[in-house]
Write a protein that binds this ligand. Structure first.
Ligand code: AMP
Length: 286
């Protein structure tokens, strides 16, 4: 596996692959890699000739009071894991390389970024969309791989790619979970033992609510209250940013049940912010 740090060099390498009609699969990450990230790498390897993974903790997607400084970093472990998975290139730029000479251009995806996480993290999706567009221009992937775990992010990236006519297939891969259901996340490392146990409430809440909707025990108007009640039973939950049902395309809160409904949660356990979601498909059940 090659490690490339300079965007210009990465562009040259990608251009050479593209000239030879190689398909480039791309997995953008912020590092501290776990099985969730590695599942994206495996999928990319199955579907492309070359797999590029990037590790870049992007400062512009963190708010002033967020965890940019503390965000877990383990570049030696990450490159070992990527090597083991057979990634071809690790793109590892530093902030200076990515944002040379100041930066006056940003990508703002409207409306869908005002909801869910966007409502609590102003500027977050602007930072995400901008850095992903830059990474796309550097790596020039045929396909790019994202996890369903960050559902809103996938909606934003797909929208950006469509609106800006980017010639990239956005592939959304399933959320990888720990045995007890907790979605894998680099931020899980912040949790102490008790908090880690308490965090299982999120997946239980999603599953139980999904069952209640599927068996028509609750209607769409009851989802939010039912989820909040379940989450608030766990004393370690220090704040709930949002919990409820959303339209997976528009991220609006639906007034009636359609074929697909997204259940999503963002909450804090201590200072650690955790998110998760579950897509509920009702088509077959009705
Ligand atoms: P991050 O390093 O947190 O920015 O995540 C990089 C990519 O990995 C994003 O597309 C995430 O959605 C994805 N990802 C993170 N956690 C998981 C998980 N548990 N399962 C699947 N994909 C994940």
């Amino acid at each position: 596996m090659e490690i490339i740090r300079i965007p210009r060099l990465m562009q040259d390498i990608s251009r050479n692959y593209l000239i030879r009609t190689r398909k480039i699969g791309f997995v953008p990450t912020m590092g501290a890699l776990h099985e969730g990230h590695l599942s994206l790498v495996r999928r990319s390897k199955e579907e492309n000739d070359i797999t590029v993974a990037s590790v870049f903790v992007n400062p512009t997607q963190f708010g002033p009071n967020e965890d940019f400084r503390q965000y877990p970093r383990d570049i030696d472990g990450d490159s070992e894991k990527l090597q083991r998975e057979g990634a071809d290139i690790l793109f590892l730029p530093d902030t200076g390389n990515m944002y040379q000479g100041g930066h006056l251009t940003h990508i703002e995806v409207e409306k869908i970024t005002d909801k869910m996480c966007g409502a609590f993290r102003p500027g977050h999706f602007r930072g995400v969309a901008t850095v992903v567009a830059k990474l796309f221009n550097v790596v020039r992937p045929t396909r790019a791989y994202f996890g369903q775990k960050d559902f809103q992010q996938t909606v934003v990236i797909k929208r950006m790619v469509g609106d800006l006519n980017m010639e990239i297939d956005v592939v959304v891969c399933p959320t990888i979970r720990e045995r007890d259901g907790l979605a894998m996340s680099s931020r899980n490392a912040y949790l102490d033992r008790g908090q880690r146990e308490a965090a299982t409430v999120i997946y239980r809440c999603l599953q139980e609510t999904s069952d209640l909707i599927k068996s028509a025990i609750i209607g769409i108007q009851d989802v939010k209250a039912s989820m909040l009640e379940r989450l608030l039973k766990e004393p370690a939950v220090s704040a709930i940013e949002y919990a409820g049902a959303y339209d997976p395309a528009t991220l609006d809160e639906p007034v009636e049940l359609k074929d697909d409904v997204l259940l999503a949660v963002a909450l804090r356990i201590g200072n650690t912010r955790l998110i998760d979601n579950m897509l509920v498909t009702l088509r077959k059940e009705r």
